[in-house]
Design a protein around this ligand. Structure first.
Ligand code: ZN
Length: 255
């Protein structure tokens, strides 16, 4: 048994209202917590749910946008200088393990008083190789490569997660364009899908828009919870055949 707790369910540029970046805790029966993505809103979303940096022991990062990785400076520095904290474990694809330091974090974290630092100065780094699996607390996670942003030369690395707890199979897409054909196996196999969902008036090409998702087969829609949306009036997802929109603070039992 485990719980998935959404610290936020909003999009990258969510402002105002009562929502934060779409970061979540997977919490085991024994209370161990895996933070799935660590955006720059994290210090607010954590406290809103009664947690602090001391609750962060294990982190998975899907990709390098700041709503998914921008909170690592806060976590890395606060845990390093808090004697009550062990160094957190950081799980991420090898494709972003170097980049996250060299192009995202080193500017702010590369020097602390009396020390030149690297990623391992703050985190126990678990770089996930091409077999795209890691095990945390006996749960086997498969990294699912999505198409989030194609810059014309290559597809920026971004990975959702597929895992099961007891007999229930969960697919968390993280940020993705709708790739239903390409990833159909995961859509079919999953019992519950937590799906990136943009609802903006002016759709971007890099997220799955509600108007696309609504065209998915009924048997797929009835497994989907939607998250990652903009702060505006929500469509009636239940009437359209989905499970609904995830709200900040929602908790899902997985067993
Ligand atoms: Zn993104």
């Amino acid at each position: 048994m485990a719980h998935l707790l959404f610290l936020g369910s909003g999009s990258a540029f969510t402002v105002g209202g009562d929502n934060f970046h779409s970061n979540m805790f997977l919490i085991t029966e024994t209370g161990k917590k895996l933070l799935i993505d660590c955006g720059s809103d994290l210090r607010f979303s954590l406290y809103k749910e009664g947690f602090s940096h001391r609750d962060i022991t294990d982190i998975y990062i899907s990709h390098l946008h700041s709503d998914h990785a921008g909170g690592l400076e806060y976590v890395g520095l606060t845990t390093k200088f808090d004697p009550q904290c062990d160094q957190p474990n950081l799980y991420l694809s090898y494709e972003i393990a170097t980049e996250i330091w060299e192009h995202t974090l080193s500017g702010g974290m590369g020097s602390v008083e009396g020390e030149i630092t690297n990623l391992e100065s703050f985190f126990n780094v678990h770089s996930i190789d091409n077999n795209r699996h890691f095990v945390w607390e006996t749960i086997n996670f498969e990294l699912v490569k999505t198409i989030h942003i194609n810059n014309g030369t290559y597809v920026m690395p971004s990975y959702g997660l597929f895992f099961s707890v007891n007999n229930q199979k969960i697919f968390i897409t993280s940020d993705t364009q709708l790739c239903y054909e390409k990833l159909q196996k995961y859509y079919q196999e999953a019992d519950i899908i937590f799906h990136d969902c943009e609802i903006s008036k002016y759709p971007t090409p890099v997220h799955s828009h509600y108007q696309q998702l609504v065209k998915l087969p009924d048997n797929i829609k009835q497994k989907i919870w939607l998250y990652g949306y903009q702060p505006r009036e929500l469509p009636n997802a239940k009437a359209d055949g989905f499970l609904g929109f995830v709200k900040r603070g929602d908790q899902f039992l997985i067993n």
